[in-house]
Design a protein around this ligand. Structure first.
Ligand SMILES: [Zn+2]
Length: 224
């Protein structure tokens, strides 16, 4: 029975590495699949992992219809047993529905990988629809760590070294979007996310004579 499975986690939890491993395992069993991704940090038409592995992939644009694309592959005589869908948080809800339909009506396994929530702790629309429709949601076991050593559960956006909680939902990291602004992402535990205490802020506070290291957990949550 085909399944729609959503593997979720924070950044740095090894999602893309698992996506590559999943493709390898199924291919080794003689199954045939297609790999999709969107806005991969390594560029378009590639799925890359932080461990340095990468493979060619189909880039998902907003106009892509998964149903039509797979039907077209099938009419060309290509067998498709499964889809690997990385960065699924950036897919549209309609595209997630198309993936569910492929599972139900064409018996294709869909293995989707993505971050659930954005830098404001709000669900990405694609991830929300995936959680609503998936047969299984699996939280990845490789845990990313906050600078303090606790399990990192939140994705923080850091602009020119300072954590922000307002802005566009999708800004790809490590880019200078037309300005001299550097946008980066950092995973944090909830405690330090709520206190806006990313690693740079923690270092600055720790080197201040006014703050003892244990105060970093006790610093107040800033007002919204
Ligand atoms: Zn922490």
């Amino acid at each position: 029975m085909a399944e729609l499975v959503f593997f979720s986690g924070t950044m740095d939890c090894g999602k893309s590495t698992l996506a590559l491993q999943m493709d390898h395992n199924h291919r080794a069993r003689g199954r045939s699949g297609i790999i999709y991704t969107k806005l991969d940090r390594a560029g378009t038409d590639v799925l890359s992992s932080r461990l340095g592995l990468s493979t060619p992939a189909h880039e998902v644009g907003d106009e892509l219809d998964f149903w039509d694309a797979v039907v077209e592959h099938a009419t060309q005589g290509l067998r498709i047993d499964y889809l690997i869908c990385d960065e699924v948080q950036f897919y549209t809800p309609a595209q997630v529905e198309q993936l569910a339909r492929l599972v139900d009506e064409m018996g294709i396994d869909v293995f989707a990988f993505g971050i659930t929530a954005d830098f404001r702790t709000q669900l990405f629309p694609g991830s929300r629809r995936m959680i609503e429709l998936a047969d299984k949601v699996q939280v990845l076991q490789v845990e990313a760590l906050c600078w303090c050593g606790r399990r990192a559960t939140h994705n923080a956006r850091v602009v020119d070294g300072a954590m922000v909680v307002e802005g566009e939902q999708v800004v790809v990291g490590d880019t200078k979007a037309g300005t001299e602004t550097l946008v980066e992402y950092e995973v944090l535990c909830r405690r330090h996310f709520m206190r806006r205490m990313n690693s740079a802020a923690a270092r600055a506070a720790a080197s201040s004579p006014d703050v003892l290291p244990f105060d970093l957990d006790l610093c107040p949550v800033p007002p919204c």
